[in-house]
Design a protein around this ligand. Structure first.
Ligand SMILES: Cc1ncc(COP(=O)(O)O)c(C=O)c1O
Length: 443
């Protein structure tokens, strides 16, 4: 067990080999509180049993830690010397995983649909209707001219630009081919047999699919009337919960929790449980800087953002995580190298610089969103206030029928069978077409 501990410390925590010996104290071995947190995550993953950093705090030397680990894992599957393996456990879990669901259709993306004509009004995917602005298109064209070259594997310029944008060091930024690939990497590095992931429901359906694939037990916590039920979510966290996935503003309801509630929630969750704040739609929210502000005081918080929504680069696939350097480096090791093209990197850097254009487009979408909501309320629909680029119609059993009626009017919306319908805010023309369909199918 000591050898395993030593390997993890040297290879994953990058501790100098000379600092690691059985009689070295935790502090002499470089295990400050953050490194101890990382070590507890790595050990939990390797050994298939939850090790909290608090468990390690009371132990004086590395030999004491190894002895504690021997006792904790005695006879458990996945521990050294026990029969079976973590990989085998996970492979079995994967049989039940949502692979079919992932391949059969994600968030409004139906791979079974033949490549026939696109609907006249595409309001099912939460895309922006605006093509990238001129400076971003120029950057794309320039980078495309060098498409014979491999991309920068470290995404150096983009990470530096994001670091500057948020006032963080670049080692706190991970870039991937869409935030969904980073979410998958994060789930992979934190997975362990018996571990759980908790999230509100309904929320982004990618969470369930990817958590299933990584072998997690998934815990759904129903939304409250006005959005996340943060008290219930905190109460659902137990010693098996590795990760809480919090979509804010929430997809598909558009509802958002504010700073006071989030801080209370973060205080209620143990620091050994990571919290991913997915801010895919934050540009449309009242407080777009919320996640980045919370990061400064919470080492177990990870913020996910994307260039796919307000930045209008969904087709180029770029997203990023902001988190502690140790976690970022572990996520990076899981991300497929060279998966973010130089065209995508250049577009993202240019889009960050084109803030004025971005804000103009966001303002237009927000105004359209509020216009559509007001019209729907006047038609008698129930529509919660949204802080994203879409609206939620909690139609219950009528959801599919309503979506089918919209489809026959050329408007693609996203049904959640039995729950409701989500409709993206498009151009004024798209939105008018949707409102006309809604008017003939009012409650
Ligand atoms: C809440 C949420 N998070 C993440 C994603 C994935 O975005 P990306 O295009 O960056 O992979 C989506 C996409 O719809 C989303 O709705």
């Amino acid at each position: 067990m000591y050898e395993l501990l030593k390997t993890i410390m040297i290879e994953e925590l990058e501790v100098e080999a000379g600092q690691v010996s059985p009689d070295a104290s935790r502090e002499d071995a470089g295990l400050d509180s953050l490194a101890t947190f990382e070590l507890s995550l790595a050990l939990s993953q390797r050994l298939g049993v939850t090790i909290a950093d608090e468990d390690l705090f009371g132990l004086r030397t590395l030999a004491d830690i190894a002895e504690f680990l021997e006792k904790r894992t005695a006879g458990l599957p996945g521990s050294p010397g026990a029969s079976g393996s973590q990989a085998a456990d996970r492979a079995e879990d994967h049989e039940h995983a949502g692979l079919a669901r992932l391949l059969g259709g994600g968030d409004g993306i139906d791979l079974d649909r033949p490549g026939g004509p696109a609907p006249a009004h595409q309001l099912a995917r939460n895309e922006t209707p605006f093509p990238p602005p001129a400076p971003v298109l120029d950057a794309i064209t320039r980078a495309a001219a060098e498409a014979n070259r491999y991309p920068d594997p470290a995404c150096g310029a983009l990470r530096a630009a994001l670091a500057r944008h948020y006032g963080l060091s670049p080692d706190r930024v991970a870039v991937g081919a869409g935030s969904i690939t980073l979410l998958q990497a994060l789930l992979t590095v934190t997975a362990a047999p018996g571990a759980a992931v908790a999230y509100s429901w309904p929320s982004f359906d990618g969470y369930e699919v990817l958590a299933d694939l990584a072998g997690f037990r998934t815990v759904r916590v129903p939304l409250a009337e006005d959005g996340h039920d943060l008290d219930a979510l905190a109460a659902a966290v137990d010693e098996h919960t590795r990760l809480v996935l919090l979509c804010n503003p929430n997809n598909p309801t558009g509802t958002a929790s504010g700073e006071t509630d989030l801080l209370r929630f973060l205080d209620a969750v143990p620091r050994t449980c990571l919290v991913l704040l997915d801010e895919a739609y934050c540009e449309y929210a009242r407080d777009p800087g919320l996640g980045a502000r919370l990061l400064t005081s919470r080492p177990n918080l990870i913020v996910a953002r994307t260039f796919s929504k307000a930045h209008g680069l969904a087709g180029l696939r770029v997203g990023y995580l902001l988190a502690e350097p140790g976690l970022i480096s572990r996520v990076h090791r899981m991300v497929m190298p060279l998966s973010v093209s130089d065209v995508a990197q250049a577009a993202a850097v240019a889009s960050l610089a084109a803030e004025k254009e971005l804000l103009g487009r966001v303002r237009e979408t927000v105004a359209e969103r509020d216009r559509v909501r007001a019209a729907l309320l006047a038609l008698g629909f129930d529509v919660p206030p949204s802080e994203a680029n879409f609206l939620w119609l909690p139609l219950g059993a009528r959801a599919q029928e309503f979506a089918a009626a919209c489809a026959s009017a050329g408007v693609d919306v996203r049904p959640y069978p039995g729950d409701g319908v989500r409709v993206t805010t498009g151009t004024a023309e798209d939105n008018d077409a949707f409102l006309a369909a809604a008017e003939t199918n009012r409650p």
